[in-house]
Design a binder for this molecule. Structure first.
Ligand SMILES: NC(=O)C1=CN([C@@H]2O[C@H](COP(=O)(O)OP(=O)(O)OC[C@H]3O[C@@H](n4cnc5c(N)ncnc54)[C@H](O)[C@@H]3O)[C@@H](O)[C@H]2O)[C@H](O)CC1
Ligand SMILES: [K+]
Length: 524
């Protein structure tokens, strides 16, 4: 599903009326009706005590339409408008008149009577939050802040209109304070702020209503963000051999880090890969061999500190000729000689390369190595590694993940997986995918090693690299969710995620609709 920025939605909004004759009034009526429908779905409307807390903009207008529909369907509705009547938009004013004509009580809230709002809301079964939507343009203060605090302390079921008020629609950042909605009914398309934390947490369960926007507008290529939806994985053909499912070379590990090479190279096999070759320091091969006998090992010369020595360069380049895809970085350490080797390998390997962990630190020192590559490059940084790659501070990245990611993909000519909640996948052409699988239990050592093995396996299964990366991220997250559901979130470890990979592939092959439905936003 496409994910529309605030400016995308405003453009769609204008085109809907200018080009398709679908007026703002029709859109607002449909929006309010959708909100009323969800209130009925989640709480049952008959004799329901509903308080609509409306702003003076069109978000408030939606709330006023919802109030009329809910009252018509049998709810006991009261409307509280925060702000001055003379500030209302035309559409909001028109719908205020209709609400009053229907005999629905309306109260204007200001600093003078804001203290009464809190007690009024405590007698409500449902509170509809229609204060701000995509028009939020500054931190929330004063009477609006107190109104949001009153909504949050009401103890009622809270239904957000379009966006929980106070959440930035593009970034998901909270602008001072925000409504903690149980449900959010969003219009046309979801906004990034509903899917990125903390906004995703404030939105609760999301319902999407198209409100009769023409499909052509909602599917327009100019909208470059979308949810990372899984695609069908073809069955494994009977007449095949291991080479058909991809040959991956892993350059990983050191005397200090034995888990990373194991998890990455073994996950490749468990996620469907064919031939996993691990080039790592000789001293840990016997240990790894006893744990993962299905992996083929290339014992390498090591530095005094037990890291991969530069002298292995020619051998690694030769091995890379055999491979379909090369994964560099897990557990290599940031030993200068090893980092220098990483930069040379990345610069000269004429295959798709996935760079993770310490490999990212190595290439951060000279990003032109990435820019000069002709074959695809995949980077899988967490926030700290992204900050080193881009020179942008972690807090600044959090303020605008999609914007920072988009610029980095273009600047580094790379596909970038920005790990976190939720993980984003950025493409050099500006497209960004928001991944909805995964859970906080996965933020553990080794989880990233499983991810790169899974990405390489998707490429081995035959997906083009961009799809392989998206699918690797989805499958990895779904595996983590599979474990959390069956063993509890504390049971989510690199090992348990790795061993859940085949289950997810099986589900994708046998019941992709079921798996898709697990993660898709509910559509009205
Ligand atoms: N665009 C569409 O496709 C549709 C939009 N609808 C609904 O309209 C809102 C957007 O309405 P808008 O009038 O542009 O702004 P808001 O109602 O979100 O905000 C109201 C108003 O508040 C002021 N404001 C912003 N931030 C603050 C703040 N921190 N403190 C005080 N005041 C603030 C600002 O002036 C805004 O104009 C959209 O979300 C939908 O719900 C349609 O009805 C459906 C289609
Ligand atoms: K809202």
């Amino acid at each position: 599903m496409k994910v529309a920025s605030v400016s995308d939605i405003k453009r769609i909004d204008e085109l809907a009326s200018a080009r398709y004759g679908v007026s703002h009034e029709i859109l607002m009526e449909n929006a309010g009706a959708a909100v009323a429908r969800v209130v009925d779905m989640v709480a049952g409307v008959r004799n329901l005590l509903v308080a609509v807390v409306a702003g003076t903009g069109n978000n408030g207008g939606d709330g006023l339409v919802a109030a009329r529909h809910l009252a018509s369907n049998g709810a006991e509705v009261r409307v509280f408008v925060v702000g001055r009547e003379d500030k209302m938009t035309d559409l909001a004013r028109i719908n205020l008149a209709r609400v009053r004509s229907a005999g629905i009580p309306v109260e204007f809230v200001s600093e003078e009577n804001i203290s009464e709002l809190r007690s009024e809301l405590e007698y409500s079964d449902v509170v509809v939050d229609a204060l701000f939507g995509i028009g939020l343009n500054k931190p929330v203060e004063g009477v609006y802040r107190k109104a949001i605090e009153a909504v949050n302390s009401s103890g009622a079921i809270i239904v957000g209109v379009d966006i929980p008020s106070g959440v930035n629609g593009d970034t998901g950042q909270v602008m001072g304070v925000a409504v903690r909605a149980d449900y959010t009914v969003t219009f046309g398309l979801p906004k990034p702020g509903l899917l990125l934390y903390p906004g995703a947490e404030y939105a609760g369960e999301i319902f999407v209503s198209r409100i009769s926007y023409p499909r052509a507008l909602l599917e327009d290529e100019s909208i470059q963000v979308e949810t990372n939806d899984p695609v069908f994985i073809p069955p494994r053909r009977p007449d095949t051999h291991k080479g058909d499912y991809g040959k991956a070379l892993f350059v990983a590990g050191s005397r200090q880090y034995l888990g990373a090479p194991l998890f990455s190279s073994m996950s490749f096999l468990l996620a469907g890969g064919g031939y996993s070759r691990l080039a790592t320091v000789a001293s840990i091969v016997p240990h790894l061999g006893s744990k993962a006998s299905e992996v083929v090992y290339e014992p390498l010369a090591e530095t005094a500190n037990g890291t991969v020595a530069y002298a292995n360069l020619e051998r690694l380049l030769k091995l890379a000729e055999w491979a379909d895809i090369v994964v560099v970085g897990p557990g290599l350490t940031t030993e200068e000689e090893t980092s220098r080797l990483v930069r040379e390998v990345v610069a000269r390997v004429d295959k798709p390369v996935v760079i993770d962990g310490d490999g990212l630190t190595a290439v951060s020192a000279s990003p032109e190595v990435l820019r000069k590559r002709s074959k695809p490059t995949v980077l899988t940084p967490h926030l700290g590694e992204m900050s080193r790659l881009t020179g942008v501070g972690v807090d600044e990245i959090k303020q605008d993940r999609i914007g920072v990611l988009r610029r980095a993909c273009r600047d580094l000519n790379s596909i970038i997986v920005l790990k976190g909640a939720h993980t984003l996948v950025g493409m050099p052409d500006g497209r960004v995918y928001i991944n909805l699988s995964g859970n906080p239990g996965m933020a553990k050592a080794g989880s990233g090693d499983v991810l790169v093995g899974t990405i390489a396996a998707m490429y081995g299964l035959g997906f083009p690299i961009e799809v392989a990366v998206r699918m690797g991220v989805f499958v990895h997250g779904a595996a983590g969710d599979y474990v959390a559901a069956r063993r509890g979130i504390d049971g989510v470890t690199a090992t348990s995620i790795m061993h859940a990979l085949p289950r997810v592939l099986q589900a994708l092959r046998e019941d992709i609709d079921g798996l898709y439905a697990l993660y898709a936003l509910r559509e009205l």
